[in-house]
Design a protein around this ligand. Sequence first.
Ligand SMILES: *Cc1c(COP(=O)(O)O)cnc(C)c1O
Length: 492
Amino acid sequence: MSGGAQSASTQSASAQSQSMMPRLPAVHLLVDDPACAPLIAQYGREQTVDALRALLAGLRTRARAGAEGGFDPEAECAPAAILAALGERLRAANTSKLRAVFNLTGTVLHTNLGRALLPDEAVQAVVEALRWPMNLEWDIDTGTRGDRDNLVEEQLRALTGAEAVTIVNNNAAAVLLMLNSLAQGREVIVSRGELVEIGGAFRIPDIMTRAGAILREVGTTNRTHLKDFAEHAGPNTALMLKVHASNYAITGFTKEVSVAELVPLARERGIPIAVDLGSGTLVDLERYGLPHETTVKETIAAGADLVTFSGDKLLGGPQCGVIAGRKDLIAAIKKNPLKRALRVSKLTLAALEPVLNLYRAPDLLPQRLTTLRLLTRPAQAMQALAETLLVPMQAALGPDYKVKAEPMQSQIGSGALPVDRLPSYGLAIRAVAGPDGKPMRGNPLGVLERRLRALPRPVIGRIGDDTLWLDLRCLEEPQRDSFIQQLKSMNA
Ligand SMILES: *Cc1c(COP(=O)(O)O)cnc(C)c1O
């Protein structure tokens, strides 16, 4: 049988490698080595011994591959070398996968990088909430059970003009909960121009199905009229829903029905108007020199019965979703058992409350609210910073790359004002052509992008037009020195 021949040859091969196998120190000797004691103290005996066994198994595999695989028994199998490798392995396994990075993408509210950065007031409050029991659902005045929404309800009502609010895990949850509470088994009218897909698989038609509501699309992609709503608004209509076109703009021959235009029809037929605003802007951004984005207050004043929005987009707070609007509708939403499944944690509320309190001083908001401070940072500030970074960056990258300080364009991100750009400044890095005048072979920008990502605090830029762009809008003065410091660890 061929199987017999095969096993014989395998046997002789393994006998051969056995003879070349270096003598590895015994596990118990390594564990008792004084150099192992600090590892056991830090990582515990079980974890240390398991990691050591795995390391020795790896060495055996490498020994079998032999010198061709780059194996050096003298260097790798000495007890000191094994224990050093063990320390490294344990350290790596115990390092968080969630790490701080430098966001130089030019997108301020970057969903993949965690959206809004929070002001210190919020950071302190979260630390406190982690360390101490809190009156999360406890009314200190009466000594009885309370409602976690009450912690922020008064301030949110003041900022939005809504009669009532409730808070859930994120805006997607807010839309789901609203639809499921008010429109299960009934129709929701939406304009075809507003059947949005937000990145990460949030699609209005899908959410509608999961919420148990029936989507009634009206109008066309570019034009929807009041009569389209009027034709379909009947006894089985639960809601008229408007959705903010967060990541696209329909231009040209277009017609959208505003909330104000819908109001007479909605009131006459007794159908509530709901608006998914996406980015929940609580102040008029124009007063800070930014493009106008419809605020929650304006939407409610125009006649919306319910508005949903995110906490971690333009609002500048923690991830959460707010539903604000009519008291009776909010009461119905709060009775839905799904509300319990989608509720926010105490950490979220701890962070949200101080952020909302910053809005009490709108004149000071551009200094205090991190998101707004980054968005309103003047291009000159980034230009001055770019000039101080030119020399250290060029020194770190060496002669294969040319670094220049150049103007660039930031964007807000996370579906807020998708077509608007903010004038910014940063470093533009290009590969230098070789002596033959041709660009370097391979993918020099890709290589550089990976090297920047491999830094202790990864630097995330953006590649386009044969250039690696490092937009400095989100690199503030206090982080400049640590940014330069780690560049020095980059070998040119
Ligand atoms: C961003 C957005 C959502 C999703 O909000 P999350 O807070 O990310 O869950 C839903 N609808 C619109 C219009 C949005 O812009």
